[in-house]
Ligand binder design. Sequence first.
Ligand SMILES: Cc1cc2nc3c(=O)[nH]c(=O)nc-3n(C[C@H](O)[C@H](O)[C@H](O)COP(=O)(O)O)c2cc1C
Ligand code: SF4
Ligand code: SF4
Length: 254
Amino acid sequence: GLSASSCQVKQDCIGCGQCVLQCPTRCLMIKNNKRVYISSENCSLCGHCFAICPVGAIEIFGQSAEQLKLDLSNVNDVENIIAYRRSIRKYEPDFLSDQIIDELIQNLKYSPQIQNPERSKILLLRRNVMDEIGMIIASEMANQFPKLPQQQNQLDIVFRGAPHCLVIVCHEKEEEDDGIIALTQFELLAQSKGIGTFWAGMLKIQGNKSEQIKNRLGLSQQMSYISGCVGFGKPALKYKRSVGRIAYHIDIVE
Ligand SMILES: Cc1cc2nc3c(=O)[nH]c(=O)nc-3n(C[C@H](O)[C@H](O)[C@H](O)COP(=O)(O)O)c2cc1C
Ligand code: SF4
Ligand code: SF4
């Protein structure tokens, strides 16, 4: 079954700590400066420890790192981009040039969309706005997660230190698909060019509840539903391999 025991650390661990830093739910810890242990039940089985370990010491769903070597020769094939795209949660502080960002975004005019292309509006957040909105989100969610304001201040949980964030908005929830598809294609395109990305889901969830956030984004009454948000920038880490995942079972309907 799916449990934390589906992700395990083997004897080969050299205690480098890279997996500890990258674990999004902070459930890895180093004991006695040597081996790493999975320390809680919070493991989401995302596979990032598996993907980053320099010596392939993590096993997930019974798959070893040996079985999933990165084939760099084809890294730009769509198939490989899907497999090797990772949510990046550590960025260089440098901003990408406006030209690079514009080229990435302009490709989205080719993405699938229901007839009216004016269903969606694209926003690019400057980092100062991300700082402000990150703190608004953290304080608005503080009754649910009391430590969030302090964590946001220190670690930027909301935007993961990304220098940029792309937000797509639409009129109402029923129209969100175009934006989600466009952001999915944006993510793959960006990652094919070595740019890191991650879905800033907290902004979508809280932004769609908060007048203060909508105001800061400058959303109008009519165009006020956030379809999705993707943070991006130059990654400050490199994964060694893809993640281990379990195969889908396909139900044939006939
Ligand atoms: C809709 C959506 C929202 C997400 N929101 C966040 C987020 O707010 N913060 C974050 O660090 N990761 C977020 N993620 C990334 C997931 O945690 C990540 O996809 C998962 O752990 C698997 O890792 P991978 O993307 O590297 O395959 C989000 C992913 C999706 C699809
Ligand atoms: S699979 Fe993901 S959540 Fe689980 S220990 Fe590894 S990095 Fe952490
Ligand atoms: S990345 Fe690998 S070697 Fe480094 S601490 Fe984690 S499991 Fe051990």
